[in-house]
Design a protein around this ligand. Structure first.
Ligand SMILES: Nc1ncnc2c1ncn2[C@@H]1O[C@H](COP(=O)(O)OP(=O)(O)OP(=O)(O)O)[C@@H](O)[C@H]1O
Ligand SMILES: [Mg+2]
Length: 257
């Protein structure tokens, strides 16, 4: 684990594979502390989404434990677990199911907080605004939205009930610069008040807002010191640095800069 202290989430020696002899993660251990933002990088197919699905109890480890505030997540009741841990998936097209944006976002409230019914519209609106969409979206069909809008609706649906642990699978994929900035700012703010956010990304610039940078490589977590990152280090983990780094190196090599 990266440091001692109180962990909200503890992943303890977890191994998992979709097929018997092909582990995706092996003996994985890490912890998530409150108030912090964690970014999880890794080459394509390194297992990032799998880790988030294990943390969300959508997949069950073959061995090892995942604990939420000291309790094994598989021992928890569905409602109490889902109130605390939420995910926005990598592919909103596959997870969006409702016919209005309102119903899509209100779903978690209906499942988890029936007693809060009088506050649903206020909570849905708050969630929508916090991801940078206005209330004109509420009646629209989420399937008809642009890719970026769908991603924001999925994000709103994941945070409407204000879970303590927020897992975001590629939250900035397909967003333009301005939307990316807004989502990253949102993530940063969300992690206050003792919450924790773990997000995966392919975009190395996104790690700026993270407190902890983790790389998943060959089934293990590696920690990087954000202040001493040499982008070329990522190559050894199968991650290509951003173009501007490559061009800068190219320029230096040829004596242009
Ligand atoms: N449902 C599944 N059944 C079988 N194999 C799967 C399944 N889902 C993922 N895999 C395999 O598990 C490995 C890890 O996939 P995963 O989606 O976790 O990677 P990832 O790091 O999120 O990739 P990406 O960067 O492309 O999103 C891959 O080899 C993938 O083919
Ligand atoms: Mg993935």
């Amino acid at each position: 684990m990266e440091a001692t202290g109180t962990y909200i989430v503890e992943v303890d020696n977890v191994s998992f594979g979709y097929e018997r002899h092909r582990p995706v993660v092996s003996h994985l251990s890490f912890g998530l502390q409150p108030g912090r933002v964690y970014s999880l990088l890794g080459a394509m197919a390194s297992g990032k989404s799998t880790v988030l699905k294990l943390l969300t109890r959508l997949l069950k480890p073959n061995s090892g434990d995942i604990r939420l505030m000291g309790i094994g997540i598989w021992d928890m009741k569905e409602v109490s677990f889902r109130r605390q841990v939420s995910i926005a998936f990598q592919y909103p097209d596959r997870s969006i199911f409702a016919t209005t944006v309102y119903d899509e976002i209100a779903f978690a409230l209906k499942m988890l907080y029936p007693e809060k019914k009088p506050y649903y519209s206020a909570m849905v609106e708050k969630a929508l605004m916090s991801v940078g969409l206005n209330t004109s979206f509420l009646k629209r069909n989420p399937h008809m939205l642009s890719g970026g809008e769908k991603r924001k609706v999925s994000l709103a649906a994941a945070i409407v009930h204000e879970p303590q642990v927020l897992l975001l699978d590629e939250p900035t994929a397909g967003l333009d610069g301005r939307s990316t900035e807004a989502v990253l700012r949102f993530i940063r703010e969300y992690a206050q008040e003792n919450r924790v956010v773990l997000f995966t990304t392919h975009n190395l610039e996104d790690i700026d807002i993270a407190d902890v940078v983790m790389v998943l490589h060959e089934g293990r977590i590696h920690y990087l010191d954000k202040n001493q990152i040499d982008y070329m280090d990522f190559v050894s983990y199968g991650i290509l640095p951003p173009d501007f780094i490559l061009y800068e190196r190219w320029g230096k090599y040829h004596g242009y800069v």
